[in-house]
Design a protein around this ligand. Sequence first.
Ligand code: NAG
Length: 392
Amino acid sequence: MASNGSQILRTAFIYFLLSLFQSSCNAASYNVVRFGARADGRTDSSKALEAAWRAACGSTASSTVYIPRGTYMTRPVVFSGPCRSRILFQIDGKLVAPPNYQAMGNSGFWILFTKVSRLTVHGGTIDARGSQFWVCRRTGSNCPAGVRSISFMWSNNVVVSGLKSLYSQTIHVAVSQCSNIRFEHMSIIAPSRSPNTDGFIIQSSTGVTIRNSLIKTGDDCIALGPGSKNVLIEKIACGPGHGISIGSLGNSLNELGVQNVTVRNTIFTKTQNGVRIKSWARDSKSYATNIEFRNIIMRAVDNPIIIDQTYCPSNRCPRETSGVEVSNVRYSNIKGTSTTVEAVRFECSLSNPCRGIRMRNVRLSTPNRATTTTCENVHGSASGLVIPRSCF
Ligand SMILES: *[C@@H]1O[C@H](CO)[C@@H](O)[C@H](O)[C@H]1NC(C)=O
């Protein structure tokens, strides 16, 4: 019986080795050049990229879509799942948009991953070449809506690492309906005066991490919209840009809120805002709760700490107050310089005052005048050294 047992074990072990061998052989790499992509920066490679993706996505073993060095021009592309196994999307080269922005169409995206799980996007540069589009936007007649550079929708277990996004037409990175998605070592770059070029926009997603990244752009470095939950943002260098924002919230009555967000170990340089919570002055069931801003350095920031519940561009919400409930927000160890005297501004809703706002060790100064705090409809507490003096 004993020898029979060990024989079974031995056979099992051999099968185990065989299966390891087999799966490593099946781990295929799909080089986009073999599917017709051209590294000349001019030929439209979108069909080739999508064909390589479909091959990888249909593979039963984990597989790689490989974009070798070189510059590939592509129109809007969709990489959709579900796929049969794990995919590594390895970019050693650069993807560029067509030279004429009209060629991007009106779909709203340039590179879209949708319904994919277990995806890693690694390396590479994507350049949406947005400058002509921004000129159109600024001088303004008959511009298309513009596209987001890279979008992730309905996806989970995604890691994006070492990707550089240049000169987006609108948003650089958009995430919606995703869970467990992480961005690391990203570089996001657009000029400070490029309109609406947010770095990241997150919506309706749970378990989002953004870390060790550089974001220089013309709008929010990161914006967390309705339905953002369990978000960790750390080690970000933001600026120029409009800072890290929660919101805008409360644009509609029945809207999900934002909860459990940590922003820490982050530096803002010459940004319009530092850490901001923003809501429309409208009735809404939305909320922002369990938010923590910790270990933050402000360098020449216009509005380092701000809650603004009176957002109403173009006055489409006259005489309403915001229904968004802002509660349990902690600011701790926030230091540096403000370009305006009003370094802290809590402008909360008359009908829904902010509750549980806690400040601890905050020190914000201007070069020559004392800084101030403005408080409207806000309840909270302060501890440690807080400059400007809090109103709690
Ligand atoms: C809050 O979010 C973090 C991720 O940033 C997560 O690790 C943690 O479990 C969440 N907390 C709760 C109570 O859900």
